[in-house]
Design a protein around this ligand. Structure first.
Ligand SMILES: [Zn+2]
Length: 291
């Protein structure tokens, strides 16, 4: 019950930076604007770990194919070996709230939320890059096609985490019982659909209060994952004035398509993100190796 992360920091902190996303109004049900921080649940033993240690691009990423399909991109460098001791310790008693991982290597973490867009080409992209991704899914946005996310899960490069049943953008306005229902209900659905038990929770819009942390804990979640940057169509919104990635930053993206991206596709948006990451000399690692 304590160990609470600073709520003053969390609430609304990023709404000011939401301007860039205002155009995506149609995403009202999605992560809202200004994306913010929190979690991805956990599959401590996610397929990532088994598929490729630390989700690395160690094996078989075809540089020529990458360059041809995704102009300007190359395979990501393999991430460093996972730390012997995870920098962030999750807890079933006091779930920590975090928005980055305290490390010094030039590594960032990519998280994708909601589930509105279901672009088959993105499944191929995940296989092409072999980059570890964390998906925080909301039932109401994925239930028209659970199979799509199963395909992503089966690539072995994604971990699936909890993002509520109905994606309420202001969890603190719900009663504690309703908050618990949103989180515990989604745990059940994700277990049923994907055979995985999330351990990280990301509150919709990054909005949470102490009752949310309590509900997450009661639902069996062990950490709340926020974020440091959010990906728009071409650019990222940074929380820092330097507008640079920092080691350990958690980046938020959404499953979005032409309807939300002014005609651009999910794959184009992700390629834009990957260009930003590569241009700043970073690679991508698996958050479940660090949290
Ligand atoms: Zn969301």
């Amino acid at each position: 019950m304590t160990d609470t992360p600073d709520f003053s920091w969390s609430r609304r902190r990023f709404l000011g930076g939401a301007a860039g996303i205002a155009a995506l109004g149609s995403l009202a049900t999605a992560c809202g604007s200004g994306s913010r921080p929190p979690s991805s649940d956990g599959a401590g033993a996610s397929p990532l770990t088994s598929a490729s240690p630390s989700g690395a691009s160690t094996g078989g990423v075809d540089a020529e194919l990458i360059a041809r399909r995704y102009p300007g991109l190359k395979p990501f460098a393999p991430p460093p070996a996972p730390p012997a001791v995870k920098p962030i310790t999750v807890s079933a008693v006091h779930p920590p709230v975090f928005s980055r991982v305290p490390i010094t290597e030039k590594v960032v973490f990519v998280t994708i939320d909601d589930g509105v867009e279901k672009d088959p080409a993105f499944v191929q992209m995940v296989k092409d890059f072999q980059v570890p991704l964390t998906l925080s899914l909301a039932d109401t946005l994925i239930k028209d096609d659970y199979r799509y996310f199963a395909q992503l899960h089966e690539t072995g490069f994604v971990s699936i985490q909890n993002h509520t049943l109905t994606h309420p953008l202001d969890m603190p306005r719900l009663s504690p019982a309703r908050q618990l229902e949103e989180i515990a209900g989604q745990q059940e659905k994700l277990r049923r659909e994907y055979g995985t038990t999330p351990y990280l929770f990301r509150p919709p819009g990054g909005n949470y209060d102490s009752a949310t942390v309590t509900a997450a804990r009661e639902a069996g979640l062990k950490g709340m994952m926020l974020w440091k940057e959010s990906m728009e169509i071409h650019d990222m919104q940074y929380q820092t004035a330097s507008h640079r990635l920092r080691p350990g930053d958690i980046i938020l993206c959404h499953f979005r398509g032409p309807a939300q991206l002014k005609g651009e596709t999910m794959v184009q948006m992700m390629a834009n993100l990957y260009r930003h990451i590569q241009a700043q000399g970073f690679t991508v690692a698996n958050i479940t190796d660090y949290v």
